[in-house]
Design a protein around this ligand. Sequence first.
Ligand code: HEC
Ligand code: HEC
Ligand code: HEC
Ligand code: HEC
Ligand code: HEC
Ligand code: HEC
Ligand code: HEC
Length: 429
Amino acid sequence: MRRLFLLSVFTARVFADPGSAVCSPCHAEIVERFSRSRMARTAAAESPGNWSLGSGAIGKSYITFLDNFLVQSPRSYFTATRSYGLSPGFPNAQTFRPVEEPCLQCHASGVQLVKGTQNQYPNPPFTQPGVTCQRCHGPAAHHSVNPAKLPPERRDNVCEQCHLTGAAKVTRAGRNPYDYQPGDRLGDFVSIFVSGAQTNATGHAEQLAESACKQGAGDRLWCVTCHDPHGGRKTNTCQGCHTPDRCHRGPQCESCHMPKAASKDAHVAFTNHRIGRPAPPPRPLRLFWNAPIPPRDLALAQPSIPRLERVEPKDAAVLTQLGQLYDQAGRGADAVRVYREALRLNPAEPTAAANLAIYEAQRGETAAAEASWQDVFARYPGLPGPGLNLAASQLRRGDRPAAIATLRRLLRFHPGHAQAREILNRLTR
Ligand code: HEC
Ligand code: HEC
Ligand code: HEC
Ligand code: HEC
Ligand code: HEC
Ligand code: HEC
Ligand code: HEC
């Protein structure tokens, strides 16, 4: 699933988020209270060029610059065991993962992605660590949006921008998720598909939607019924709608109806928000919001050749995904055709360029192939395939120093890459 939205290159609308300070002359109490909340403290500068993500209630992950790329460290801190361990989702401790995943979209504000890339940032990469007032109230320059006064779908969207991932998240054609502002409809920027599995932190919105309580209460019940968005939780929230004689089992309603699960993964919801419902078996993907499913987005969320072939018009993301399926099916001529078309629409598309180069090399167009791998590897050192192909091509034409430099760079990002290490050892013995 990951590659689907990772490899669609978008440009960020950079607006320097001035942070909460600009609101303090008039809203000092809220600014002070919010500054102590987990959301405000969910990222912090540890040392120059080095930040932690997470308030530490559950744990912390670390990001730092490697060359000019922002990477996530393979080691995270886990508060429950007070120890360091492998970051969730990492295959081993010998890999730095370029921050291509939108960690910063949820953990920082005023993110300044370099135009036309999805993994290069200036230093510092964001103007404000953590969640700021503007993320829920809109840019300071405009009239502040009060989420509670928005129509229910747009109101809920404010929290869903960071508390809903679902089973697949697909950027809408021609859209950029960084452009969403409170008051907009989130579904105009991303299609979020759910399957009932609710396996991540962002399961809160999904679980709540599934609960018998939410289904009974409708739009009256939302996150802010129980949570103070400026920090802390409200008490006796159930009693606002249920009289105590509704259930005679005790006053601590949540302890039974919203049990906590023990989990080490920072991105698994702890408190079950499916009030009054047992866990369901997984179901086919459907859109989280009650809206028609865009066929393009479903085809990207659940890729298959027939589904992708039916999509019109085909953009670079659709064509690249289709090319990979043609590759797997051994349909080389079709793959070449759609990769070329993808690159015509988006010359910066890395997967199409790197895979097309494999076919070029097979046809003997080695110079063109090497130039493509060189270009993709320069922009995406986190993709080991283009790096290995580049080194092999450099070796074939006898340029040992270039191959050694390529492998050394690959190993900076993947210190544990056995194949690259082995070839480098042979070359430098
Ligand atoms: C110069 C003083 C001032 C500054 C600075 C200021 N506000 Fe306000 N804000 C007010 C006043 C006064 C009200 C109440 C106005 C009203 O009731 O219509 C208010 C109301 C609000 C409301 C409620 C609006 C509604 O319709 O319910 C929000 C939300 C808000 N401000 C957010 C912010 C945020 C976020 C910032 C910083 C980016 C900010 N304000 C900066 C003075 C200020
Ligand atoms: C869609 C929004 C979103 C994205 C993307 C995201 N996170 Fe999170 N993250 C959250 C939320 C929400 C929580 C709180 C979960 C909870 O309390 O159950 C969280 C929790 C965490 C925590 C634990 C914080 C604590 O409470 O101590 C860490 C560490 C973390 N995230 C790191 C990351 C990293 C690294 C990435 C990128 C690989 C990432 N996150 C991507 C929303 C997001
Ligand atoms: C996580 C989202 C979120 C963040 C971040 C946030 N707010 Fe709010 N804010 C809300 C919501 C939701 C409401 C409506 C609350 C309600 O009606 O119960 C609100 C209401 C307000 C109001 C009007 C009602 C009141 O409580 O006085 C002001 C003023 C306000 N916020 C200012 C701020 C300021 C200043 C900051 C930054 C320090 C901030 N908010 C950060 C979500 C947020
Ligand atoms: C810009 C991203 C973002 C938005 C918007 C956002 N959150 Fe969060 N929220 C986070 C992250 C990240 C965390 C994890 C904080 C940490 O590191 O512990 C979190 C944590 C929380 C927590 C658990 C911590 C606590 O203080 O109890 C609650 C509750 C919460 N958010 C509610 C909301 C609500 C309600 C809204 C909408 C009004 C909202 N959030 C909007 C990113 C966001
Ligand atoms: C009916 C009440 C209720 C509603 C509605 C609700 N929550 Fe919660 N939430 C809770 C309770 C209770 C906890 C556990 C709090 C604690 O331990 O202090 C919790 C905990 C959390 C946490 C902390 C991590 C965890 O899993 O324990 C986050 C994040 C969170 N809620 C987000 C949300 C978001 C986002 C929404 C809206 C989609 C939402 N909640 C709606 C009651 C509610
Ligand atoms: C905004 C109002 C509202 C709030 C707040 C609320 N509920 Fe509900 N809840 C309802 C409504 C309405 C229904 C459906 C009618 C009914 O069963 O009472 C319902 C249904 C339920 C059900 C399912 C009942 C069944 O028939 O299966 C449970 C369990 C439940 N709520 C528990 C809670 C708990 C626990 C809390 C606090 C954490 C809570 N509710 C907070 C309005 C609310
Ligand atoms: C000690 C655990 C416990 C506590 C505390 C508790 N409940 Fe329950 N509640 C249950 C169980 C178990 C059921 C029956 C569930 C079932 O039959 O599926 C139930 C049933 C319910 C129902 C559905 C009743 C119906 O008509 O079928 C509601 C609504 C409800 N509880 C609300 C609350 C509220 C509100 C509170 C707090 C005032 C609360 N509960 C406290 C365990 C608890």
